[in-house]
Design a protein around this ligand. Structure first.
Ligand code: HEM
Ligand SMILES: [Cu+2]
Length: 618
């Protein structure tokens, strides 16, 4: 008889391996869905990166003619929209999907089928957006798609923006419901809320932010769609509508969006720093409270993006104050990380380099943010390259760097193979130098008056040298990122085998084999402290390994494969094209597929299957 103590050291089960293309289409395993998210978001990150390089190539010298104004606007819009909605949010979803359930000691998320649906909706939305290049032209009204640039009189591209982002928005809402439910209901015994890793708190708040911000944005998109295809005038002043209302509805999502991108990043930093400083996170409670404070405050600041719209000094000052308030909890977080490093026995692995590199870049981006939050200063700086410099310090220095830290930290767990540290360090340094070379000069060109969203500029402005530096830097940055890509490919082919716990880490995912088996845990673990694995490594009454919360392990129930979520997303994709081209039959066909999938789902009992421990006699 296996006692609870020894239960976790039972041999792993042989699972009927999911193989082949179809199995990816039908999977409901949170880990495989995480991998789908990771690969897809990497592809779109590359697309957004190529778009960025095209823009920088056009801007390398004044009066350049490489890209015309129309193409530049399309590429600019697609770059911003891609990076935010198709690359960085799903990149966070990739790591959340793969690791959050394991970090709380669960076998899957609460609703595995909904989880698959989230991924397919995201992919459908992304395909709609990108198909615009081949169907009459990409959207060109900027990532915030302001009216009147996006109203009924503008080109066909905006429809793709609207329909694509409606689907990715649904995808985010579905994920959020799933993650919140999972975190509240599926934690292993002993995993109280205040023992959860900060990364899991990140998942929770990411979901909460999306739950409150995606619906108003979806409503705004639907209103704009009606303006464009049904002749309503919600945003058309001549018809009694209000153009500025779009900006409010956009930024009530758009500002929290910044934190939707940042909260996962902070979660990663809060896992990587303690592991490689070999200390617990300093001030865990304070960090959780700060995350809650930032997330709630983020809904009170949206109009700081609209200082220049003539709201008047009273309104401007109110939003200036709420914005500056956010810097208090954010500063507290930064001190949490600095104090975690203080006196630690630091190991500078590549993951740690990216996490430590994050700190100065994020702080710098935060400081220029405080400058922009000063309403009268913003009136001078808005719509200049100063803004582009500021938010890329957050978007790349803050967010992308921590996602790279996450990749170097967690990919060995996902693939079972280590990344090469030498290549990793080259990648870090080249990325770090390239990044600063690209974006630091933008603050200066911006202060000298270089407008943003402009396809060319005059030599008389005197910003040639800054633009040259930015473009050279962008290529250096690209090389740095390519090295990581090569590193990943190399690791998949010939990387060192990782083993369960290559970093001597603290949290539950490192108690499972790498890659993690389909059922995650042979026996659900018993959590006895905040850093569950670290606790066992230190505990005088332990043997350094996790204990099980159950008696001997019986069969494990697994959910069955299904094509229904992918089919539902396909239905909505077809319906979206129907709406776009005003083809009633196509929209009806899409609706039919969608409803078929929903009804099948309702009346089909998923019995799943049992994983039996075979040939174990204990
Ligand atoms: C990989 C390196 C990147 C480079 C070289 C780069 C470069 C640029 C450039 C040149 C612009 C155009 C500025 C203008 O004309 O106004 C731009 C705009 C923008 N970028 Fe990036 N970027 C990069 C990564 C990112 C990332 C990771 C994000 C977001 C998470 C991002 C979000 C945006 C947004 C939202 C805009 C504004 C688009 C608009 O005004 O509609 N970028 N970027
Ligand atoms: Cu904002």
């Amino acid at each position: 008889m296996a006692t609870a103590e020894r239960a976790l050291h039972l041999p792993e089960l042989r699972t009927a391996e999911e193989r082949g293309f179809l199995s990816w289409l039908m999977t409901v395993d949170h880990k495989r869905i995480g991998i789908l998210y990771l690969v897809t978001s990497a592809v779109f990150f590359a697309a957004g990166g190529v778009e960025a390089l095209l823009m920088r190539t056009q801007l390398i010298r004044p009066d350049n003619t490489f890209l015309g104004p129309k193409t530049f606007d399309e590429i600019l819009t697609m770059h911003g929209t891609t990076m935010i909605f198709l690359a960085v949010i799903p990149l966070a979803a990739a790591f959340f999907n793969y690791f959050m359930p394991i970090m709380i000691g669960a076998r899957d998320v609460a609703f595995p089928r909904l989880n698959a649906l989230s991924y397919w909706l995201y992919l459908a939305g992304a395909l709609i957006l990108y198909s615009s290049w081949f169907l009459g032209g990409a959207p060109d009204a900027g990532w915030f798609n302001y009216v009147p640039l996006s109203d009924a009189f503008s080109g066909p591209g905006e429809n793709f923006y609207i329909l694509g982002l409606l689907l990715t928005g649904f995808s985010s809402i579905v994920s959020s419901v799933n993650f919140v439910t999972t975190i509240l209901n599926m934690r292993a015994p002993g995993m109280s809320l205040m023992r959860m890793p900060v990364f899991v708190w990140g998942t929770f708040l990411w979901s909460a932010l999306l739950l409150f911000s995606a619906p108003p944005f979806s409503v705004a998109l639907i209103l704009l769609l009606l303006d464009r295809i049904a002749g309503t005038g919600f945003f058309v002043p001549a018809m009694g509508g209000n153009a500025l209302m779009w900006q409010h509805l956009f930024w009530i999502m758009g500002h929290p969006e910044v934190y939707i991108l940042a909260v996962p990043a902070w979660g990663v930093i809060s896992e990587v720093l303690p592991t490689f400083a070999r200390k617990p996170l300093f001030g865990y409670r304070g960090a959780v409270i700060a995350l809650f404070a930032i997330s709630s405050l983020s809904f009170t600041v949206w109009s700081h993006h609209m200082f220049a719209t003539g709201m008047g000094p009273v309104v401007n000052d109110a939003f200036m104050v709420t914005t500056k308030l956010i810097s208090l909890p954010t500063g507290a977080l930064v001190f949490t990380w600095l104090a975690t490093l203080w006196g630690g026995r630091i190991r500078y692995t590549t993951a740690m380099l990216f996490a430590v590199g994050f700190l100065p870049l994020f702080i710098f981006g935060g400081l220029t943010g405080l400058m922009l939050a000063t309403a009268p200063a913003d009136l001078q700086l808005t719509d200049t390259y100063f803004v582009i410099g500021h938010f890329h310090y957050i978007a790349i220095g803050g967010i992308l760097f921590s996602m790279l830290a996450a990749a170097y930290y967690w990919l060995p767990k996902m693939t079972g193979r280590m990344l090469d540290e030498r290549l990793g360090k080259w990648s870090f340094w080249i990325t770090f130098v390239g990044f600063n070379l690209t974006f630091f000069p933008m603050h200066l060109s911006g202060l000298y008056g270089m407008p943003r969203r402009i396809y060319t500029y005059s030599p008389l402005l005197g910003v040639d040298v800054y633009n040259l530096l930015s473009t050279v830097g962008a290529y250096v940055l690209g090389v740095g990122l390519l090295i990581t890509l090569v590193n990943v490919a190399r690791s998949l082919a010939v990387g060192k085998v990782a083993g369960a716990d290559p970093w001597d880490a603290r949290t539950l995912e490192w108690t499972t084999p790498s890659p993690v088996p389909a059922y995650n845990f042979r026996v659900i673990p018993l959590v006895r402290g905040r850093d569950a694995l670290w606790y066992e490594k230190q505990a005088p009454d332990g043997d350094g390994r996790m204990r099980g919360a159950e008696e001997a392990a019986g069969a494990i129930h697994m959910p069955g494969l299904t094509y229904l979520p992918a089919l539902l997303a396909l239905g909505l994709l077809v319906a979206a094209y129907g709406v776009n081209f005003k083809l009633v039959w196509l929209a009806a066909l899409g609706a039919l597929i969608t409803f078929y999938s929903i009804f099948r789902q309702m009346f089909e009992a998923d019995r799943g299957y049992l994983l039996e421990p075979r040939g174990e006699s204990e």
